[in-house]
Design a protein around this ligand. Structure first.
Ligand code: NDP
Length: 280
């Protein structure tokens, strides 16, 4: 039976390190969070960020903006936060109203304040192996892998999902560890090749958002399985991997909920401290 990789345990350890660093600073770190409109999932994420920030001694300044705000006004708002020397980090919550182009607006965040690691400059640095701040979910996955103590050098790693926030940054982070990385996506599934790739994965990372897409019987004996997916099925939250069967084959597996999720916000706060160092 697989060992559970619980994000909250690891998050607690990292939070202790963050707290120590925060008290050593001359002033409390300030994280500005922009929430446009009234999306329920974004509001829930904001609440969790605010709670984590408070526990770490970080000032979390929430800016709630009207859903009818124009792109231009939103960009001006961001530029003001960029110029504000008291602000160390900026997060633009998603989803944004459909009238706003996320890519265009988020690129206006100063790279040194981009605690989500999504600015093209930060992504570019990741490409060159010189990342300042890595996308939080990808960073959380790497922490979980690291916690197993398993060396990724030469391992067959399969990533399912190629989104800009999870799959793509992970691909680069894994290459830096000299893993042999295969990235699967909708094309892989449509070509009927997903099972074949998953079956040979010594390390499997799934970030799709489809409940039970990965059958438990596909998991290689002794594999490490990181399930990033979050899906609501009835009144339950489940991942993308058929957990009950998968845990019989894997050596390590993340539970959903309780795996990657609790770590993501912690990595965001760690990025904030990294931002402060860079701003100095
Ligand atoms: P996206 O929708 O941006 O990306 C999903 C990816 O899965 C795409 O690359 C898509 O390919 C691919 N995909 C879709 N269907 C299939 C399929 N049948 N077979 C193989 N690949 C497929 O989602 P995100 O990356 O933002 O999130 C993925 C999941 O992770 C979601 O459930 C989300 O809620 C969760 N999540 C969890 C976080 C956490 O902290 N725990 C943080 C962020 C996300 P294509 O684009 O080509 O269709």
């Amino acid at each position: 039976m697989a060992k559970l990789l619980e994000g909250s345990i690891l998050a607690s350890k990292i939070k202790e390190e963050i707290k120590l660093q925060v008290v050593s600073l001359k002033s409390k770190p300030v994280l500005a969070s922009i929430l446009v409109g009234d999306d329920a999932s974004a509001a829930a994420y904001v609440k969790s960020q605010g709670k984590t920030a408070q526990g770490l001694g970080v000032i979390y300044k929430l800016h709630q903006l009207d859903k009818n705000i124009t792109e231009g006004v939103l960009i001006d708002f961001i530029l003001n936060l960029n110029a504000d020397k008291t602000v160390n980090g900026i997060i633009l919550q998603t989803p944004l109203p459909k009238t706003i182009d996320y890519k265009l607006v988020s690129e206006c965040i100063l790279p040194l304040k981009d605690v989500e690691g999504m600015h093209p400059l930060n992504m570019g640095k990741l490409f060159f192996g010189r990342a300042n701040m890595v996308a939080c979910t990808a960073g959380a996955v790497m922490e979980l892998l690291n916690s197993t103590g398993v060396d990724l050098y030469g391992k067959e790693v399969v990533v399912v999902g190629h989104s800009e926030i999870v799959g793509k940054p992970l691909m680069l982070l894994l290459l830096e560890k000299f893993a042999t990385v295969t990235v699967c996506h909708i094309g892989t599934s449509k070509a009927g090749k997903l099972e074949e790739h998953v079956k040979r994965a010594q390390v499997l990372i799934v970030a799709v958002g489809k409940a039970n897409l990965i059958k438990g019987s596909w998991i290689k004996e002794g594999a490490i399985v990181i399930d990033v997916g979050i899906n609501r099925v009835g009144d339950k939250i489940v991942g993308d991997v058929e957990f009950e069967v998968a845990q019989k084959h894997a050596a390590y597996i993340t539970p959903v909920p309780g795996g990657v999720g609790p770590l993501t916000v912690t990595i965001l706060m760690r990025n904030l401290l990294q931002a402060i160092k860079l701003q100095k």
